[in-house]
Design a protein around this ligand. Structure first.
Ligand code: FE
Length: 336
C-alpha cells in the first residue's frame, strides 16, 4: 500500500468511527434558487454538507407553524426586514449564539437577540434619466416631495415591502405627521399610478414616461446583464439619496435558524459560511448586492455607481413601524 493510500484509508476509518454522518441542511427560501445555489455549491464543496432548497413564494411562516416540530426545515433565507421580523414574531426561529456571526456582521444588520442575521445589504436608490436629470438635483428622500418633481416620478406600489421599509424609515426619522405630508407630496409628483416592479420603472424612464424612480441597487446589475433590459439601464444614472442628516436607506437579505431545525450544527455552519469572505464575494459578484461583512468589496459594477453612505438606523427599529407605514400609504391612497 502506498503511503497516500494508507493515509487515505486511515483517515476514512477515523472519519467513519469518530464522526456521525453529516446531515443535509434543508432551506426554506423566499430567495430565487439561482441566486443562492452558487453559494450553496461552494459550501458543499468545502464541508461535504449537502443542502436542499425549497423555494417558497408565499406563506413561509404559516407553513413552518403548521409543520411544527416535524418541520424538515433548518434555515429560512429571505429578503426584507419585514419578513425576517415576521418570522421572529411568528415564533418559528431560534437564537444562534455564534462568535463568527456577531464578529462578521455589523450590529445594525442583525437582530439584537440573534434571531436573524443579515448576509447582504441593498440600498433603495434613485434611478434618474441621464438625459433629463442633473444628478446634483437628486439629494434627499425628503426632496422627492418637492414640486420640482411634479409629473416626473415613477414607483412600484406603496404597499410593497420595499416601499413600506422606506416609509417606515421616514417615520423613524421624522414622525408620522411629516411622513403623511411627504407621501402626499410624492403622490402629487407621480407621472402615473404606482405599478410594476423596480425594473419596470427604469423601463418607463427609458421610454420617456418619467424622469426618476425608486429602486433597489442590485436591479441595475440584473438589467445590465439582460440583453433586453440593457438599454433601460443605459438610460439612467444610479444616484444615492439620503435622509437629511443621515444616510441612504438600506435593507437586507438574511438568514434565520428555524425553531425546529433537525440539523442544527450543520445549519449553523452554513450560516457562518454565508458570512465568509468566499460567500460574500459570490453574493457581490452574482447578485450585485453589498457584502454585509466589512472589508469585503462590492462588485466592480456596484463600485462604479459611487459611494453609498448607509443610514445606520437598526433595521429592527423599522420593523415595528411597518404597520404604521402601511396605514399611512392607505390613508393617502398612494396607489390610487
Ligand atoms: Fe428584489
Amino acid at each position: 500500500m502506498t503511503r497516500t493510500l494508507r493515509t487515505a484509508a486511515l483517515s476514512f476509518a477515523v472519519m467513519a468511527t469518530a464522526l456521525p454522518a453529516l446531515a443535509d441542511v434543508n432551506i426554506y427560501s423566499y430567495r430565487q434558487p439561482e441566486l443562492i445555489q452558487p453559494i450553496l455549491d461552494a459550501f458543499t464543496a468545502e464541508t461535504g454538507i449537502k443542502t436542499n432548497v425549497s423555494f417558497i413564494d408565499k406563506g413561509l411562516v404559516e407553513r413552518l407553524q403548521a409543520e411544527g416540530d416535524r418541520s424538515p426545515a433548518d434555515l429560512i433565507l429571505t429578503v426584507d426586514i419585514s419578513r425576517l421580523a415576521e418570522a421572529v414574531a411568528g415564533g418559528v426561529t431560534q437564537p444562534v449564539e455564534s462568535e463568527v456571526l456577531t464578529a462578521n456582521i455589523p450590529a445594525e444588520f442583525r437582530d439584537p437577540d440573534n434571531q436573524w442575521f443579515g448576509v447582504t445589504t441593498r440600498a433603495r436608490i434613485v434611478y434618474a434619466s441621464k438625459d433629463r436629470v442633473d444628478p446634483a438635483d437628486v439629494t434627499s428622500y425628503e426632496d422627492l416631495a418637492d414640486p420640482k418633481w411634479q409629473g416626473r416620478i415613477c414607483t412600484r406600489s406603496g404597499a410593497h415591502g420595499y416601499t413600506l421599509a422606506l416609509v417606515a424609515a421616514m417615520i423613524k426619522h421624522h414622525g408620522e405627521d411629516y411622513t403623511k405630508t411627504w407621501l402626499e407630496g410624492v403622490k402629487a409628483n407621480l407621472a402615473r399610478k404606482p405599478q410594476g416592479n423596480d425594473r419596470a420603472q427604469v423601463k418607463a424612464i427609458w421610454a420617456g414616461e418619467c424622469d426618476i424612480s425608486l429602486g433597489n441597487t442590485y436591479y441595475m446589475g440584473q438589467m445590465v446583464a439582460d440583453p433586453e433590459q440593457k438599454a433601460w439601464a443605459d438610460a439612467v444614472n444610479v444616484l444615492f439619496p439620503v435622509f437629511e442628516g443621515a444616510g441612504t436607506h438600506m435593507n437586507v437579505s438574511g438568514v434565520a435558524l428555524t425553531k425546529a431545525a433537525p440539523n442544527r450544527d450543520e445549519a449553523v455552519k452554513l450560516m457562518e459560511f454565508l458570512t465568509s469572505q468566499e460567500a460574500q464575494e459570490i453574493y457581490a459578484e452574482i447578485n450585485h448586492e453589498y457584502p454585509v461583512v466589512p472589508g469585503t468589496e462590492a462588485s466592480e459594477l456596484v463600485q462604479s455607481w459611487g459611494e453609498c453612505a448607509p443610514d445606520t438606523v437598526n433595521l429592527m427599529e423599522l420593523a415595528p413601524l411597518r404597520a404604521d407605514a402601511l396605514r399611512l400609504v392607505e390613508t393617502v391612497d398612494f396607489d390610487g
